[in-house]
Design a protein around this ligand. Structure first.
Ligand SMILES: *Cc1c(COP(=O)(O)O)cnc(C)c1O
Length: 377
């Protein structure tokens, strides 16, 4: 597209077409074949995707599930939390992290995130460990892994279950360690806008723990280890076969898509250095994020968002309300002022367009518009 044409169409916050164009025809054929076979539940695509996704992550097992929330929740259910058991979670995350804890019978203990990479503050987590602490649930926010080396050490010293919320970080690494493979288990979401997205809801849990994988496999299907033998109380939380077929076609392209996100992020970071009061995303040493989101901070993100919208540029807010101030979690007893970093992020964050196949011209158009806003134009 020419620059003039771009200026008239703007840039959407998320465009799935560049990722879907190369796979749509094959997916339609796969779905037609599936309808012929009637293998809707636990069809062969499910086990095949599980093997290939485990390989992609570098983990022995992956268990396909109906959503990222199910991956988090079933992992915590398999860990057998007792009522009142505490799970340490970061204040800056999508609400599903907390939903998993409470729905598995635990109590979320929220700690603040670091001011640089916005992931769980390990010292704050250490300080929050008490007699009832059972698990730590770090989130690899916006595509960057939390400091898993330190968190693995912390969980080992205190005998805690370590579960990674890797729902935004398919393929990220830090200190040479892969997202989802450092803790006892890692939970992934394949919500359509995630780095690997289905065409509906889907998720997976990866783990090296044979018993945990077996248990989660049973929990996703009415607690049965064999048909009609119900060892535990379970759920309907399987990975849908159609979604597995979609994911199988998309997975081989994921590494390239992550590269595309990386080069867009690099372009933004070069183009927006020293612009206005912007704080650009910080990358921790030896960290290779996969840029699920490109989040900048500024004193008045709404004004910047409005100026970009006027030029047809979409933006997002991740997240305008920190989880400790959500009405749904009022009973936990947290108040405004409890987590300064997360609260500041809620006021200051704005997510710029980033997706596989976003062109350099699109990124430059966004960056120009941002610079224009701060130049008063
Ligand atoms: C998307 C997401 C989830 C949950 O995923 P669903 O598939 O929508 O259930 C959990 N945690 C984080 C951080 C997420 O971004």
């Amino acid at each position: 597209m020419t620059t003039a044409a771009l200026e008239s169409t703007g840039v959407p916050f998320l465009d799935l077409r560049p990722s879907h164009d190369p796979v749509v025809a094959a997916i339609l054929e796969d779905v037609a074949a599936l309808i012929e076979s009637n293998a809707y539940i636990n069809g062969p695509a499910v086990a095949q995707f599980e093997r290939e996704f485990a390989d992609f992550c570098g983990s022995p097992y992956s268990v396909g599930l109906a959503s990222g929330l199910d991956a988090l929740r079933l992992a915590l259910l398999a860990a057998e939390l007792e009522p009142g058991d505490e799970v340490i979670v970061p204040a800056q995350t999508f609400v599903a992290t907390l939903e998993a804890v409470t729905q598995a019978g635990g109590r979320p203990v929220i700690v603040d995130v670091r001011d640089d990479d916005y992931t769980l503050d390990v010292e704050a987590a250490e300080a929050a460990v008490g007699g009832r602490t059972r698990a730590v649930l770090p989130v690899h926010l916006y595509g960057q892994m939390a400091d898993m080396r330190s968190l693995a050490d912390l969980s080992e010293r205190h005998g805690l279950f370590l579960l990674e919320d890797a729902c935004q970080a398919h393929g990220a690494t830090r200190d040479g360690l892969g997202s989802g493979t450092v803790g006892h288990a890692g939970a992934f979401s394949f919500y359509p806008g995630k780095n690997l997205g289905a065409m509906g809801d889907a998720g997976a849990l990866v783990t090296a723990d044979d018993a945990l994988a077996t248990r989660v496999r049973a929990l996703r299907e009415h607690g049965q280890t064999r048909k009609y033998e119900h060892e535990w109380e379970g759920y309907t939380a399987r990975l849908d076969t159609i979604q597995a077929a979609v994911l199988l076609r998309k997975l081989p392209l994921l590494a390239g898509w992550n590269e595309s996100r990386r080069s867009a992020a690099q372009l933004y970071s070069d183009a927006l250095a020293d612009v206005g009061d912007l704080t650009l995303p910080a990358v921790a040493p030896r960290s290779e994020p996969v840029w699920h989101l490109y989040v900048v901070r500024t004193a008045d993100p709404s004004a910047l968002a409005d100026a970009l919208a006027a030029r047809g540029i979409g933006t997002g807010r991740h997240y305008p309300q920190p989880v400790h101030l959500a009405t749904a979690y009022a009973a936990l007893g947290y108040a405004a002022g409890d987590f300064a970093v997360a609260e500041r992020l809620a006021h200051e964050s704005l997510s710029l367009p980033i997706f596989p196949g976003i062109t350099d011209a699109q990124v430059e158009l966004v960056a120009d518009a941002v610079r224009g806003f701060f130049a008063g134009g």
